[in-house]
Design a protein around this ligand. Structure first.
Ligand SMILES: Nc1ncnc2c1ncn2[C@@H]1O[C@H](COP(=O)(O)OP(=O)(O)OP(=O)(O)O)[C@@H](O)[C@H]1O
Length: 341
């Protein structure tokens, strides 16, 4: 997918609320892009905008081009209702935040699979065979799950079943908004491992949205860090965790609690995340940034190339006037522990 100048705004009584501001990114076939940031930074808006599914009365601007494997180009924001309906699920599927609770309590899990197949005109027998395969792929028992009502399943089982359901129409891209929220650590890790396997097995491209940078680093090839409704840094997961060049990225790592961290070494990020109606001028992070100078108040920094290519074929970029000084000025106190190490 190629995303250019993607923005979302709401017209509020107190002014224009720009909850996604001019995001540019290319998502390569087969890659997993993690998007991380504080609560309210615009992550869900980015996810919804990718499917032109921003809640009313939000307006989405910019360009999203999706290149399906069958060839051609789909201009996502120019689709008719029917085009969008087809694209969602069949090309780009999404697991929304809190979707674990969106199962209809009066229907079995099997009914949900059947209904989805029917709504997209897919043959039932073949589709349900695929459902059984997908349910075993997510390490659940097909017979038990298909006949169960949602309330009979644990949170982790519901989430796994939901991931299976999202793949029923064989999408190429899976967008997931906080798919492991509300699950315990062990279950989070097992879902991350599962997503990794599914990517290989079904050749999926994934966008994985989370507030948890460590979790993202265990799964994603590349991580985009969101601050104030924009990407402030993007790079390989390795670079972002160990060698980020934006002060916010490093603050986020230093503020991440780790079981081995003594309480007095934890560093919560001072100040508040911005209000979308009143984003600070210049660099939006300047009011909270320890390196802030006059230029940061006056000039919105461009995305600087911080290292052309760290060997992974990924170019890392950070929107900071002082990106060269950041690693020395803001040391990482808390070594990020990657889940896959
Ligand atoms: N329906 C809406 N109308 C107007 N503003 C909204 C609406 N939904 C969300 N917002 C605002 O959009 C901004 C971005 O919200 P978003 O849900 O994308 O954040 P997030 O990073 O996903 O946060 P979280 O991790 O808490 O879900 C927030 O300031 C929020 O208040």
């Amino acid at each position: 997918m190629s995303i250019r100048d993607l923005s979302v705004s709401f017209d509020l009584e107190r002014g224009e609320s720009r909850v996604l501001n001019s995001v540019d990114v290319d998502i390569k076939r087969g890659e997993i892009l993690g998007v991380v940031g504080e609560s309210g930074s615009g992550k869900s808006m980015f996810a919804s905008a990718l499917l032109d599914a921003v809640p009313e009365p939000g307006l989405t601007f910019g360009e999203i081009e999706y290149y399906p494997e069958r060839g051609g180009t789909v201009d996502v924001l120019e689709q008719t209702e029917e085009g969008l309906r087809q694209m969602r699920w069949e090309d780009v599927a999404m697991v929304f935040q809190g979707a674990m609770d969106s199962w209809n309590p009066t229907m079995t899990i099997g009914d949900h699979f059947e209904e989805t197949l029917k709504a997209h005109g897919e043959p039932k027998q073949e589709g349900m065979d695929r459902a059984r395969q997908l349910i075993s792929d997510v390490y659940l028992s097909p017979e038990r799950i298909l006949n169960a009502y949602p309330h009979e399943l644990s949170g982790g089982m519901k989430q796994r079943a939901l991931i299976a359901l999202s793949l029923i129409l064989e999408p190429e891209v899976l967008v997931m908004d906080e798919p492991t929220a509300a699950l315990d650590l062990l279950m989070q890790r097992s879902i991350i491992a599962l997503l990794s396997e599914l990517r290989e097995q079904y050749n999926l491209t994934m966008v994985f949205i989370t507030h948890d940078l460590e979790l993202a680093s265990g799964l994603a090839d590349r991580i985009a860090v969101m601050y104030a409704f924009e990407f402030c840094e993007i790079g390989s997961a390795e670079t972002i965790i160990h060698d980020g060049h934006h002060p916010y990225t490093r603050a986020l790592i230093n503020s991440t609690p780790n079981l081995n961290t003594p309480v007095d070494e934890m560093e919560p990020i001072e100040g508040e995340s911005p209000d979308p109606v009143n984003v600070p001028p210049g660099c939006s992070y300047h009011p909270r940034c320890p390196l802030s100078e006059e230029i940061c108040v006056d000039v919105d920094p461009e995305m600087y190339e911080t290292d052309a290519d760290d060997g992974s074929g990924v170019t890392n970029r950070a929107a900071c006037h002082f990106w060269e000084d950041v690693p020395e000025e803001i040391p990482l106190h808390i070594e990020g522990v990657r889940y896959d190490e």
